[in-house]
Design a protein around this ligand. Structure first.
Ligand SMILES: Cc1cc2nc3c(=O)[nH]c(=O)nc-3n(C[C@H](O)[C@H](O)[C@H](O)COP(=O)(O)OP(=O)(O)OC[C@H]3O[C@@H](n4cnc5c(N)ncnc54)[C@H](O)[C@@H]3O)c2cc1C
Length: 399
């Protein structure tokens, strides 16, 4: 039986009155939220959810936000958006019990160990290997661009377990302890001066077989769940109207331009309006998509949202710094090489946001790759030639 809005509201009311968010420690509140199925409402009962719909989830998020309830989503962005849905679909009962609750409360931060120096867009070519040794696996290799690995307790890792079969078939997924002997995390600095992502080295790192996620050789299937959720998590949110970047642009325009009636100001106003319309269309499209989407793994529509999000964010943050005039060039950062506790994907100083948004068309799959997916899987156009599809991974030439 699907959960009704009245039942949801009753659970939310009980949570908020028994554990007032303002006086309850965040971890305790979030633990209670999880136990009552109000963490990810679309997940099954007992796993932080109530088998509800994405619209139910939106309802809970709005009520929690209005009540000033804590959230670990910003600190655990990879955990919330990608790892949790992957564990729910592919994890064993023990894995779900062990990992989902502390992930939601933010006691355990997660990272995603997919990309490698030689495997990004075509991540299935990855070379990090995991060799079986009794009840354990021994991992050797390097991952790169790993967001928040410096904060992470665990990582969702994909590694090659069989080099003799074609690239997609010899991959297995694991849940790896980021503090295990042999795991090393080194910072990578970005254009913003911060280092929110990392390169990760694995030398003889041991993972118990009980932390394998999905079957041996099923890692590609597992990672598709992660990647589809990543796209929706990056591009598919439904913020309130006039919030986020377009809200910032409106604020700057009101402050600096609203009183002017010269031709420059009217050209700027027209640019702002066009941007507002594009942002609003994106917001309403995501709203409709989230209402229509059934619980479970999102489909290729996530790629449409991700592509639109990346392009619009870059344009709107550029508009913001243009509206700021000369001030837009004054990025007050002396490159202290901070290691942030959150991914700076959104918000903050618009000059920093403008720099950070450059990465939007790369992270979570590049815009070119999104266009390929939309062309092939949404529009049904001819596929790209894939010459290595049926060749053993070990026989494919690599640089
Ligand atoms: C801010 C940020 C955070 C990230 N966080 C993570 C993370 O937490 N975990 C993780 O595993 N990875 C992470 N990544 C890595 C990201 O997923 C990869 O950078 C991305 O998939 C592209 O891979 P690449 O950098 O190796 O580029 P390549 O795949 O080498 O691509 C280079 C260029 O070629 C183009 N190209 C490649 N193939 C095609 C094709 N078939 N058709 C047309 N054009 C093509 C690409 O669009 C790009 O312009 C992050 C990246 C960034 C920027």
């Amino acid at each position: 039986m699907p959960v009704t809005t009245e039942q949801l509201d009753q659970r939310i009311d009980e949570l908020l009155s028994e554990f007032p968010p303002q006086s309850t420690p965040a971890v305790e509140f979030l633990g209670q939220q999880f136990d009552r199925g109000l963490a990810w409402v679309t997940f099954p009962e007992g796993e932080g959810g109530l088998a509800g719909s994405p619209a139910d989830q939106l309802h809970v998020l709005r009520r929690m936000s209005r009540a000033g309830a804590p959230s670990a989503a910003g600190r655990n962005v990879i955990g919330y958006g990608m790892v949790a849905p992957t564990i729910v679909i592919h994890g064993t009962e023990e894995q779900k019990k062990r990992f989902l609750r502390p992930l939601f409360t933010g006691e355990e931060i997660w990272c995603q160990l997919f990309s490698e120096p030689g495997a990004g867009s075509d991540v299935a070519t990855l070379a990090t290997k995991a060799d079986r040794d009794g009840d354990e696996w021994i991992v050797n290799g390097q991952k790169v661009w790993t967001t928040l690995a410096h904060e992470a307790a665990f990582g969702l890792l994909i590694a090659r377990t069989n080099p003799d079969v074609p690239k997609h078939k010899g991959i297995t997924a694991f849940l790896v302890d980021m503090h295990a002997p042999g795991a090393e995390v080194r910072p990578l600095y970005q254009i913003t001066g911060e280092a929110e992502f990392n390169e990760c080295f694995f030398s003889e790192v041991r993972i118990p077989d009980s932390h394998r996620l999905g079957g041996v050789g099923e890692g590609w299937h597992v990672s598709l769940t992660t990647l589809m959720n990543e796209r929706v998590s990056i591009g598919g949110t439904v913020p309130p109207r006039n919030s986020g970047l377009i809200g910032e642009a409106l604020g700057i325009w009101k402050q600096k331009w609203a009183g002017r009636s010269d031709s420059h100001a009217s050209a700027v106003r027209s640019e702002l309006l066009q941007s507002w319309v594009r942002n609003e269309v994106g917001r309403l499209t995501n709203w409709r998509a989230s209402d229509l989407r059934k619980a479970g793994t999102p489909g290729p529509e996530g790629s449409v949202a991700k592509l639109a999000f990346a392009e619009e964010n870059q344009k709107t943050s550029e508009l913001c710094v243009n509206l700021m005039g000369a001030e837009g060039m004054l990025y007050a950062n002396d490159y202290p090489q901070v290691r942030p506790h959150e991914s700076a994907m959104m918000g903050g100083d618009m000059r920093k946001a403008f720099l950070r948004m450059r990465a939007n068309s790369i992270e979570g799959g590049t815009s070119e790759v999104m266009r390929n997916i939309i062309g092939e899987r949404v529009l049904g156009l001819a596929s790209e030639p894939r010459n290595d599809k049926d060749v053993s991974w070990k026989d494919v030439p690599r640089s």
